[in-house]
Design a protein around this ligand. Structure first.
Ligand SMILES: C[S@@+](CC[C@H](N)C(=O)[O-])C[C@H]1O[C@@H](n2cnc3c(N)ncnc32)[C@H](O)[C@@H]1O
Length: 262
């Protein structure tokens, strides 16, 4: 399945993507907090730039398509500005509809001494229309009591819960990629594969096109390939582009047939 990473700014990549061709955009943009891969600008400038990217995402999305925008906080002099709150009105202005504000909870991170240590970030899931594709069965998780049966009433003796598993909810407990995590590359903020996998299984079909405008180490593109989806991504840092290329190449066709864990 075709996966491509382009060493250009996402705003240069968008004109190459025809309108209404992408099924899911999943990305984590720079947070404008002075990480090694970003130059810090004013919050106003940052939001104006994000607005341009969001407008392009709307244009390239199919009518039944989705966007997952993963963000944390902008921090200035110890004060935090939740980026999802600042970005929500921009998505809304463009016609996007919010389906979930997913809390991605993890155990590791910086230890704060003047506020509680941050242990979650947010994944805003928007759709372009009300006719969006969503396959809940593809992402169900095991029930707490899978064999539970009704003990009285007309359904006595019958299973009371969905045998395929339960809805994974809007709180995603997924280990972040730090220290000795097996997926760790030289990128400081990469997605865990399990997070991308759940989003793509729920919102795309095999062969659909996935876009990551801030592709970093290429997690989205590698996972898309593992799942038999096509993908395209932009990344401006040549070191990360190289990592992404290697990760995409390392996905062998055999992975497509192997059992997959979340
Ligand atoms: C939070 S990281 C994304 C990490 C990615 N999710 C992964 O799994 O590795 C954001 C990335 O956006 C890249 N970036 C910054 N400005 C960009 C732009 N204008 N176009 C494309 N990529 C950009 C940065 O170099 C950085 O690698």
């Amino acid at each position: 399945m075709e996966s491509s990473i382009h060493e250009i700014s996402c705003l240069e990549l968008f004109p190459k993507i025809p309108e209404g061709t992408v099924t899911t955009v999943i990305t984590s943009p720079p947070y404008n907090i002075g990480k090694s891969y970003e130059s810090r600008t004013s919050l106003t400038e940052y939001l104006a730039w994000q607005q341009e990217v969001i407008a392009e995402c709307y244009r390239v999305l199919k009518r039944d398509g989705s966007v997952f925008w993963q963000v944390g906080n902008y921090v200035s002099k110890g004060e935090i500005w939740p980026l999802d709150m600042l970005l929500y009105p921009i998505f809304k202005e463009h016609g996007f509809k919010l389906r979930n504000r997913i809390v991605w909870h993890f155990q590791h991170g910086l230890h704060s001494s003047r506020r509680f240590s941050g242990r979650y970030e947010v994944l805003l899931w928007f759709t372009k229309s009300d006719d969006y594709y969503f396959d809940l069965d593809a992402v169900r998780v095991p029930q707490m009591w899978p064999g539970k049966r009704a003990y009285k009433g007309p359904r006595k003796g019958q299973l009371t819960c969905n045998v395929l598993g339960k809805n994974p909810s809007d709180v995603w407990e997924i280990t972040n990629v730090k220290y000795n995590h097996p997926e760790k590359t030289a990128h400081p903020c990469q997605f865990p594969e399990a997070l991308v996998k759940r989003a793509l299984l729920a919102t795309t079909r095999p062969g659909d096109l996935v876009l990551d405008p801030f592709a970093g180490s290429g997690t989205t593109l590698a996972v898309a390939k593992k799942l038999g989806r096509r993908s395209i991504g932009a990344e401006i840092n040549p070191e990360y582009v190289e990592i992404a290329r290697r990760r995409i190449e390392e996905v062998s066709p055999a992975v497509l047939h192997a059992p997959t864990a979340t």
